[in-house]
Design a protein around this ligand. Structure first.
Ligand code: NAD
Length: 501
């Protein structure tokens, strides 16, 4: 288990960073300028409990001022040419590139994820900037058929205005930037509310990036706080769209508030993604993919493989292979040791994970590996004999737990895969491409993979879920044009149109 560090050690190591080095952000909030806040939020490293720093806490009452600045900034920003905006996005990417290793250290320490996860996160964040710059070479509209040859009829994409972005703590920088970068590139202003557990990599770094990249003041702001600040952002008059990434329960609340205020809302929510292993699968490859799908970042990923649905013929062998992998994964502080599994984000969440495991065992599930924890470190866990009705079958766990459900055939596998209100990701392992396609096409989800696991995201794909996983929004690729702009129909004639009266 890791030993606690002194605060001085922690500060020196984390903040050796070009972007954060001059400390303008400490105890401050950013609305185009850094301002001292009345209160602060302390940020702790989950692996040790050490303090990483503190950011300014926002007050719901300050939202009107922040929105006003954002509206002013947006008007100026939208008048910049596409080339000028693209150049700013590329500069933002370059700033992140220049500070890559320091930012990875920060992500590792603030989120408790392993280094590889941090590297994926910074690369994805940089990719979002470059892809958003590339959106600006897309056509801005369409020339439409006109009933009057003397008049042009066209449809053009216009910015929405001020967009509120609410992000979670598990991939704080990437899941914020996934909305922030395309929204800004397309001429909107953004007010970001990171999770209060990860406001440095999820907020302060991005504020510095856009400040140094040169967006006009007010085009990007960060508000720090919890539900009260989040709700103030959703309800603020002048914020025209909300994108929310987080739990289904909070997503419902955000959706209600946004709907009541007649705002566009994009919801990216939880998951319980099926990982199907058919009887003709390569079992070594399947167990490796299954372990990755359930244990990466301690299972704290929306696309985590939440149910291993395994054909009866190979179930015993698969469970043994998966349990062997789970037992071999080193657990500990990802910043100070080579581990595969870091800490769970907080004690409330680890207690929830353990209750789901305990209640499922009490209902008849069997522990094939794990099931214990020490502090915030939960052992990778394999639960066999999971059946419908058990908490491990029904609930998103968000911990390193692989529930295994045994099925008799392909048809039952598909039925179990779809026996959930979630619909984010899915995967099927099989030696037959024909079977893989047949099964994959029947999984109700926004993402599906054949002979792979369930966790994949990239800037260039349309990412999103359905049902309890989201309201049909899609981030990435050219779908960002639809999310972050509105259509305006325009007709143009040289002469005034004459009417009968
Ligand atoms: P969460 O819903 O508790 O918090 C997400 C964000 O919402 C945080 O910034 C939080 O401060 C804010 N918030 C909380 N209450 C609010 C309210 N009433 N109004 C406005 N904002 C509010 O989620 P979490 O625990 O941080 O993240 C885990 C969840 O997120 C899991 O369910 C996971 O599956 C989901 N998730 C989904 C995706 C996706 O792309 N679909 C990605 C990552 C995480």
């Amino acid at each position: 288990m890791p030993s606690a560090n002194t605060e001085a050690d922690v500060d020196e190591a984390v903040f050796h960073s070009v972007l954060l080095g001059d400390a303008v952000w400490r105890g401050q909030i950013f609305d185009g300028d850094w301002r001292e806040a009345k209160h602060t939020l302390i940020v702790r490293e989950p692996a040790t409990g050490a303090t990483l720093g503190e950011v300014g806490a926002s007050e719901p009452a300050d939202m009107a001022y922040t929105v006003d600045r954002a509206r002013q900034g947006q008007r100026e920003w939208a008048s910049w040419t596409a080339d000028q905006r693209a150049a700013v996005m590329r500069k933002a990417a370059q700033l992140l590139e220049d500070d890559r290793q320091e930012i990875v250290d920060l992500i590792v320490r603030e989120t408790g994820g392993v280094r590889g996860k941090g590297e994926v996160e910074i690369q994805g964040t940089i990719d979002e900037c470059y892809h958003s710059a590339a959106l600006l070479i897309q056509p801005e509209g369409e020339l439409l058929p006109s009933p009057n040859p003397a008049r042009l009829s066209l449809a053009r994409r216009v910015p929405i205005g001020v967009v509120g972005v609410i992000a979670p703590w598990n991939f704080p920088m990437l899941l914020a930037m996934r909305s922030v970068a395309p929204a800004i590139a397309l001429g909107n202003a953004v007010i970001l509310k990171p999770d209060p557990q990860t406001p440095i990599s999820g907020g302060a770094v991005l504020a510095r990036v856009f400040e140094l990249a040169g967006v006009p003041k007010g085009v990007f702001s960060v508000v720090n706080g919890g539900a009260d600040v989040g709700e103030a952002l959703v309800e603020a008059p002048g914020v025209r769209m909300i994108t929310f990434t987080g739990s289904t329960a909070v997503g419902r609340r955000v959706g209600e508030l946004a709907g009541r205020n007649l705002k566009k809302v994009a919801l990216e929510l939880g998951g319980k993604s099926p990982f199907i292993v058919l009887d003709d699968a390569d079992l070594d490859a399947a167990a490796s993919a299954g372990a990755w799908g359930s244990f990466l970042h301690q299972g704290q990923i929306c696309m985590a493989s939440g149910r291993h649905i395994v054909h009866r013929k190979i179930a015993d062998d698969y469970i043994e292979l998966l349990a062997r992998k789970a037992k071999a994964l080193p657990v500990g502080d990802p910043y100070r040791a080579e581990v595969a599994i870091g800490p769970i984000i907080n004690s409330r969440q680890i207690e929830r994970v353990h209750k789901i495991v305990g209640d499922s065992v009490a209902a008849g599930a069997e522990l094939a590996a794990g099931g214990t924890y020490d502090g915030l470190f939960y052992q990778p866990t394999v639960l066999a004999k999971v059946t419908s009705g058990m908490p491990a079958y029904e609930l998103e766990i968000f911990g390193p737990v692989a529930p295994v459900i045994v099925v008799a055939d392909e048809e039952e596998a598909i039925r179990v895969a779809n026996d959930t209100e979630y619909g984010l990701s899915g995967a099927v392992q099989t030696g037959s491409l024909e079977r893989g396609l047949r099964v994959a096409q029947q999984i109700r989800s926004g993402l599906v993979h054949i002979n792979d696991q369930t966790i994949h995201d990239m800037a260039g794909i349309p990412f999103g879920g359905s049902g309890a996983s989201g309201n049909g929004s899609r981030f990435g690729s050219t779908t960002n044009l639809d999310e972050f702009t509105e259509w305006q129909w325009m007709t143009i004639g040289g002469q005034p149109v004459r009417y009968p009266f």
